[in-house]
Design a protein around this ligand. Structure first.
Ligand code: CFM
Ligand code: HCA
Length: 534
């Protein structure tokens, strides 16, 4: 891997090579067994083709996108809204046809020259009024695009005024696209906004025995539906999901749950911390990708509640689901064993999918995130060591204190200690590197050039990433699976999802079709580009 690393950066100018070399690391450990320090959450080198998105994408698309009954109003030129309109396959299922679902709409103030020059606040107020008159929603949220920050429109003042006037919850996000180094900054802004303006607004207590929140599950391709199905069979009730298939009231009510289960660590771990500090709800890391991870996560939840009845029921559900999974897995494994996968995805899935590949005998030879932080690579123990710099400083952090009336530790200290003794790890995540083979190559914020080089060198059997990489990878003769949108497939979470995934990967890595393809530049070299310094 050291050789591969050298080759990946060989053609870069010295300064660029020095920067990139901190973000490309063979997976090794120090004398204490801790993984190598990964360069992460730093700004992309200008000129390198990154796969990252922007702050607005993280706030509006990722975190708030999957909530169906808040009118998500974009304050900005129409393109920002149009190109963020239903682009992320987050599904939703309102309880009845009568329930609000605004997800198919595209709300925007459509700023024009005039608004940029003279200010857009008036137009924003009018748009909020219009949305209210037409839909009478429970809440309206406002998303700031780049020009809003540049011209200084105060979306929060507008939100306060309209909240007062309309008597519904109206709140704004300062999620201008240029903030932070990636969409990760937008996750923080969205989550902190929901925590500040919505969480705790509804104190209704659900009548159920085992109440949890699922944090960091966005219902891509219906994943959350499959997880709901399994939790339902186990008798575990969801108070809220952040934010797949979610509604305003779920957020408002989430502080009444007794456990937070964190799926995507990157996008939401700080919300789990805030819910614990303010309300006394403990959190555990779970993963519903892969049959083994799903079973393990269910057992962890059952262990937390520590009721024999629940533990038995969870075991019965696992036992009922496993035979079919084993049957498909064994069949698929015969054809997939030993094949190589690579995955470069977001801030979570490059890790959470490695286990499911292992189940069918496939090895992850190289992986990385687009925008994760060091803790997602190396584990949470490094959080306190992460140095605050110009890049990380602009990620907003809230100061949270106990809610004087509603703080209620769900377990006593002694109970927590006893559970920890039994192996229930609270607030723990060891990151991606701990689960990867020694010397597998870990690459943060991979560039398009490095992607092509990596494929040339390793010739993997499967490459997993997003839409921006998809066609270039396929043209180089390698099957490409999107782990963001799942192409048009899914669900891949939970037990049924695992079966879907095994079959899909089998189909992809054992089809020879990509090997027959000639990329345009192979037939017509005049189409092939040259790098400037060649
Ligand atoms: Fe979390 Fe996500 Fe992801 Fe993410 Fe995303 Fe996504 Fe992703 Mo695309 S919240 S970090 S910002 S798991 S949209 S549902 S697929 S990059 S790996
Ligand atoms: C985003 C959303 C995205 C993009 C996926 C892709 C998603 O980053 O704004 O590049 O294919 O999952 O839809 O991550």
């Amino acid at each position: 891997p050291e050789m591969v690393k050298k080759e990946l950066i060989a053609k870069y100018p010295t300064k660029v090579a020095r920067k990139r070399s901190k973000q490309i690391m063979p997976n090794t450990t120090d004398e204490c067994g801790n993984p190598t320090v990964m360069g992460a959450n730093v700004r992309t080198v200008p000129g390198i083709i990154t796969q990252r998105g922007c702050c607005y994408a993280g706030c509006k698309g990722v975190i708030m996108g999957p909530t169906r009954d808040i009118v998500n109003l974009v304050h900005g030129p129409i393109g920002c809204s149009f190109y963020a309109w239903l682009t992320r396959r987050n599904q939703t299922r309102p309880p009845t046809d009568q329930d609000d679902n605004y997800m198919t709409y595209c709300f925007s103030t459509d700023m024009q020259d005039n608004d940029i020059v003279f200010g857009g606040e008036k137009k924003l107020k009018a748009a909020i009024q219009e949305a209210y008159d037409n839909f009478k929603p429970k809440a309206i949220s406002i998303f700031s695009t780049c020009p809003v920050g540049l011209i200084g429109d105060d979306v929060h003042a507008v939100a306060r005024e309209m909240k007062e006037k309309l008597g519904i919850n109206v709140f704004g996000f300062s999620c201008e696209g240029y903030k932070g180094v990636s969409q990760s900054a937008g996750h923080h802004i969205a989550n902190n906004g929901i925590f500040t303006h919505v969480v705790g607004e509804n104190d209704t207590i659900m009548d159920a025995d085992y109440k949890i929140n699922l944090l960091g599950e966005y219902n891509i391709g219906g994943d959350a539906f499959e997880i709901d199905r399994i939790l339902g069979l186990c008798g575990i009730s969801l108070v809220s999901t952040f934010s797949g298939n979610s509604s305003y009231d779920q957020f408002a009510n989430c502080h009444t749950a007794d456990l937070n289960a964190v799926m995507c660590h990157r996008s939401i771990n700080y919300v789990a911390d805030m819910l614990e500090i303010r309300y006394g709800i403990p959190w555990i890391k779970i993963n519903f990708i892969g049959a083994q991870a799903t079973a393990k996560s269910l057992r962890k939840i059952a262990q937390y509640f520590d009721e024999p009845e629940l533990i038995e029921r969870v075991e019965a559900v696992i036992a009922a689901e496993l035979p079919e999974i084993e049957r498909v897995k064994e069949e698929v494994k015969q054809r997939c064993e030993g094949k190589l996968a690579m995955m470069f995805v977001g801030g979570s899935r490059a890790h959470s999918y490695q286990g499911i590949f292992k189940e069918i005998g496939m090895r992850t030879i190289s992986a990385g995130y687009e925008f994760a932080h060091r803790d997602d690579y190396e584990g949470r123990r490094v959080i306190d060591d992460i140095k605050v710099d110009a890049d990380s400083r602009n990620i907003q952090e809230l100061e949270i204190t106990r809610d004087e009336t509603r703080y209620n530790p769900r377990k006593t200290e002694a109970e927590m200690a006893e559970l920890a003794e039994k192996g229930v790890a609270f607030k723990e995540y060891n990151g991606m590197m701990a689960d990867m083979d020694p010397n597998a190559l870990v690459i943060d914020d991979i560039s398009q050039y490095e992607t092509e080089k990596l494929i040339e060198i390793y010739k993997p059997d499967l490459y997993c990433a997003g839409i921006k990489e998809k066609y270039a990878v396929q043209k180089s003769g390698i099957p490409m699976k999107q782990l963001h949108s799942y192409d048009s497939g899914g669900p891949y979470a939970g037990f049924k999802g695992a079966i879907n995934f095994y079959k899909e990967i089998d189909r992809m890595v054992n089809s020879k079709v990509w090997g027959y393809i000639q990329a345009p530049w192979q037939g017509s070299p005049e189409l092939s580009a040259k790098y400037g310094w060649e």
